[in-house]
Ligand binder design. Structure first.
Ligand SMILES: [Zn+2]
Length: 267
C-alpha cells in the first residue's frame, strides 16, 4: 500500500502571546438540551452528556472510568487564564484522503483511510480521525464557541495528541466544511464513505508558515474512559462556517460537550 507522506510539523515557538488576536468567542451555550441521541451499545457502560449517566456520573458508571473524577489532568479546561496562549507555527502538509463518516451515538467521527504523519514535540504521530463537539468543550475566558473539531493523533506507543480547533459562525459558507456538512450521517450507527479525498489543510484552516496563537497543555480524553496523558494543542483562531452549516452539524450532534474540568497544578 502506498504510504501517505504527510510531513506535518508542529513547531512550537517560544514567547508569550502579546495580544489576543483571535475573534471573540461566542456566548456560552445556555439553551435547553438539544436532545442528544442515545449512545452506541456494545462498548463499556452506557454514558451520556446529560441526565443520570451524564458527565458528573461517568466515574461511577464503570470502575475503569474512575479517573474521570479522580484525575488531576482532565480535559477540557478553560483556556486563557492558567493556560495562556503562545505563538507557534503549525505546519501541516496533509495528503488528501478519503474518509468514512460514522455516527457513533456521541459524535460524528471521520476515520481517515490514509493516516497522516504529524511531527510534534513528542515525536511522530499519525492523525487517525477527527470528530466534533457542540458547543465547544474548551472555553476561552469562560466562553464557549458554537462547536469544536478534534483531530486525534496516535504514535507507535499508543500515546495520543489532539489538535483542537474552534468553529465559529460567519457570513459565508465554508467550501471545505461543506464537503462534510452535506454528507453527515443522521442516525446512530449510520456511516457514509466519502470517496473523493478531503483536503484536511483547507478544512482545518491552515496558515502555513505563519505563527499563530495556540494553547498547549497535558490533559485527557474528554469522553469515558477519560484516560490521561493526552498532549493537547488548541488553536486560538477558529475556523468559520455559515450559520446554515453550523445548524446542519448541530442537528446531527446535539449537545456533546463535557464541562470544563479543574486545572489543578497545570499552568
Ligand atoms: Zn473530542
Amino acid at each position: 500500500m502506498r504510504r501517505a507522506v504527510l510531513a506535518a510539523t508542529l513547531v512550537l515557538a517560544a514567547g508569550p502571546l502579546a495580544a489576543q488576536g483571535h475573534a471573540a468567542p461566542a456566548a456560552n451555550h445556555t439553551g435547553p438540551s438539544a436532545g442528544h441521541p442515545s449512545p452506541a451499545a456494545g462498548h463499556g457502560a452506557h454514558w451520556t452528556y446529560e441526565g443520570p449517566s451524564g458527565p458528573g456520573a461517568w466515574a461511577r458508571l464503570d470502575p475503569a472510568w474512575s479517573v474521570c473524577a479522580a484525575g488531576h489532568e482532565q480535559s477540557p479546561i478553560d483556556l486563557g487564564g492558567a493556560v495562556a496562549a503562545h505563538r507557534a507555527r503549525i505546519e501541516e502538509h496533509f495528503s488528501p484522503t478519503p474518509f468514512v463518516l460514522f455516527h457513533n451515538g456521541h459524535t460524528v467521527q471521520a476515520a481517515l483511510e490514509r493516516p497522516s504523519d504529524l511531527v510534534a514535540e513528542g515525536g511522530h504521530f499519525n492523525a487517525v480521525q477527527f470528530h466534533f463537539h457542540h458547543p465547544s468543550e474548551h472555553t476561552v475566558g469562560g466562553k464557549a464557541y458554537p462547536a469544536e473539531l478534534h483531530l486525534v493523533h496516535k504514535n507507535a506507543k499508543g500515546e495520543l495528541a489532539v489538535l483542537g480547533i474552534f468553529i465559529t459562525v460567519g457570513p459565508e459558507d465554508n467550501a471545505a466544511f461543506e464537503r462534510l456538512a452535506a454528507r453527515l450521517p443522521r442516525a446512530e450507527g449510520d456511516s457514509i464513505r466519502v470517496g473523493e479525498p478531503i483536503d484536511l489543510a483547507a478544512l482545518l484552516g491552515d496558515h502555513p508558515g505563519e505563527a499563530e496563537p495556540i494553547y498547549t497543555y497535558h490533559g485527557s480524553l474528554t469522553t469515558p474512559p477519560c484516560s490521561e496523558g493526552v498532549k493537547w494543542t488548541v488553536r486560538a483562531r477558529p475556523i468559520v462556517v455559515s450559520l446554515a452549516q453550523l445548524q446542519k452539524l448541530v442537528a446531527v450532534l446535539g449537545e456533546s460537550a463535557r464541562p470544563v474540568q479543574p486545572v489543578y497544578a497545570r499552568h
